[in-house]
Design a protein around this ligand. Structure first.
Ligand SMILES: Nc1ncnc2c1ncn2[C@@H]1O[C@H](COP(=O)(O)OP(=O)(O)O)[C@@H](O)[C@H]1O
Ligand SMILES: [Mg+2]
Length: 326
């Protein structure tokens, strides 16, 4: 019997188009001998076609397993995962908790710090606190990065070089989230590492990102096609091992399952590695680094999607004996 895989894609976030491309690569990698693909497209307005997933247990008998191929808000942040929990469906990737805490850059940093993992110094502001941007200004050495706590694809992020630039950067970030992070800018290099697994997560060979702009912004990620990537990353064996270990520890700190991509900054002056962020539904397009890193680690895309589906089913099976009342 073929497994019936519901691939959900599109979605309401700014990463709608990226999601369409991720879904296409995932569908191309699903072996038609083993899987029957069911399409679930969510429009930018949030409308599902040809049908929605219903939140009732056993309400979706046509589906064996769900592969969410959505990025960002309402896809990667735990909301969709909540719907799939209500529906009692097995699904690929992180659960509700890991999805939502990983989406929030500030909560993620707090969890990492609690485990002694290195993250860059930062301050957090609510949009109400931003009125005093001059007071905020005196707190920092420049450059700093200003970010909405919950976003992706570098949307709403600015690199700020002086006090004069701070106000508009805070306003921009505040238009995307009520919680804003201001963090120390790291002068150095940027790396990514793929992690895969439930109880026993493994890290891939890491890659280096070479932004073509002042930082890895939206245009650089999706429009310019000028950013370079080096895979495996040119790091010493010790530094590769350290980065992989930090990736796995960060994955565990947010209680992730299934998969995630952990991103790093390496400060040139100190040679120190910092965890920048963790993405629980990383890009899966034909040029995305998550599948590429696994390919370089001996797991080509068809095997990777097999493994992700296996992990989804294992996690679902492990929960079946749990009781939800006395
Ligand atoms: N503290 C920092 N120091 C240096 N560069 C940073 C810092 N924070 C972010 N960046 C740059 O901005 C990019 C986007 O920031 P990131 O936190 O990864 O947000 P997103 O979730 O939108 O990808 C990074 O890939 C990196 O190029
Ligand atoms: Mg990033």
């Amino acid at each position: 019997m073929k497994k019936r895989v519901a691939v959900i894609y599109g979605g309401r976030s700014g990463e709608h188009e990226v999601s369409l491309r991720s879904a296409q690569s995932i569908i191309d990698a699903l072996d038609p001998e083993k899987y029957k693909v069911l399409h679930y497209l969510i429009s930018k307005e949030g409308k599902w076609s040809p049908r929605p997933i219903v939140p009732e247990p056993h309400g979706n008998p046509e589906i064996d397993v769900v592969f969410p191929a959505l990025h960002g808000t309402f896809g990667e942040d735990g909301t969709l995962q909540g719907l799939l929990e209500l529906a009692g469906l097995p699904y690929v990737g992180a659960g509700v908790l890991a999805s939502s805490v990983s989406m929030d850059k500030e909560v993620m940093k707090r969890l990492a710090k609690e485990r002694g993992l290195p993250v860059v110094d930062y301050l957090v502001f609510s949009s109400a606190e931003l009125k005093d941007s001059d007071g905020i200004c005196s707190k920092f050495e420049f450059p700093v990065f200003v970010k909405p706590a919950n976003m992706g694809s570098s949307v709403g992020i600015s690199k700020v070089h002086n006090c004069a630039e701070l106000k508009s950067a805070l306003e921009l970030a505040a238009s995307f989230d009520r919680k804003i992070i201001v963090e120390r800018g790291i002068v150095g290099r940027e790396f990514e590492c793929a992690v895969l697994g439930n109880e026993d997560p493994r890290a891939s060979v890491p890659c280096e990102i070479l932004p073509s702009r002042e930082f890895y912004d939206y245009d650089d990620k999706y429009l310019l096609e000028k950013a370079g990537t080096v895979i495996p990353a040119n790091l010493s064996a010790e530094q590769t091992a350290e980065l992989q270990q930090l990736a796995v520890e960060c994955y565990r700190a947010v209680e992730c399952e299934g998969m995630a991509r952990v991103d790093f900054l390496l400060e040139t002056a100190t040679n120190r590695l910092f965890i920048n962020e963790i993405n629980t539904l990383p890009g899966f397009t034909s040029i995305s680094m998550y599948p590429k890193m696994w390919e370089h680690s001996g797991l080509p895309m068809p095997k990777l999607v097999d493994r992700l589906i296996e992990l989804a089913l294992e996690r679902h099976a492990a929960k079946q004996h749990l009781r939800y009342s006395k």
